[in-house]
Design a protein around this ligand. Structure first.
Ligand code: ADP
Length: 177
């Protein structure tokens, strides 16, 4: 059996994506309803380079993707400069600001730093196609969905690790050549 064929036909996005079954859940932001303090806590409790933004925890419907770096810089700037932005301020990725109580602190609107069309594949996409997309589009990460619900994420490093595993199992693999 030709090794490349085995790779092409046996691995799917769902086999490579994180989180694994035993991992903690995917760290996501909701497009509204989280406070500056909650977003900071989530970002600081992980080392991930980015976070998917979803409509709500219940729907897990993908809205966009924000880079950790951009989030931290924006929050930092807003705390310094934007009048009234505090830990209790709501972070908003929606187009329109949500209705808030008059006494609520002003929201921090972050739609501008969100990638509105992050690349996605479905869980059943064969890995050879996903790898091809990464190469051709120069992706750093790609999100995985099932029936419109966000399931996971695949980073470039995840793919490299996966390929290394296959090459180990089969040293004659031509993937690295
Ligand atoms: P890299 O893979 O280059 O180290 P990250 O630091 O972003 O990039 O991701 C580290 C690991 O965590 C990867 O296996 C990736 O799939 C996973 N991961 C990335 N972002 C998230 C996230 N928001 N929630 C859960 N897991 C994530």
């Amino acid at each position: 059996l030709e090794p490349k064929e085995e790779f092409e036909h046996s691995s799917l996005a769902v086999d490579v994506m994180r989180p694994r079954r035993s991992d903690p859940a995917l760290a996501v932001l909701t497009q509204e309803g989280m406070t500056v303090g909650e977003v900071e806590a989530l970002v600081e409790s992980t080392h991930y380079s980015g976070f998917p933004v979803v409509v709500s925890q219940e729907s897990q419907r993908l809205v966009g993707f924000v880079l950790r770096r951009d989030l931290l810089i924006s929050i930092d700037n807003a705390r310094k400069r934007q009048e009234g932005v505090v830990s209790a301020s709501q972070v908003v990725f929606t187009e329109h600001a949500p209705a808030q109580a008059a006494e609520a602190p002003p929201p921090l609107r972050l739609r501008g730093i969100m990638d509105l069309s992050p690349f996605t594949v479905t869980d059943h996409t064969p890995m050879d196609i996903t790898v091809d997309i990464f190469r051709k589009l120069g992706l750093r990460q790609c999100l995985v969905t099932h029936n419109g619900r966000l399931l996971g994420i695949i980073t470039k490093k995840d793919i490299l690790k996966h390929m290394a595993q296959i090459a180990n199992r089969d040293p004659d693999s031509i993937l690295f050549n």
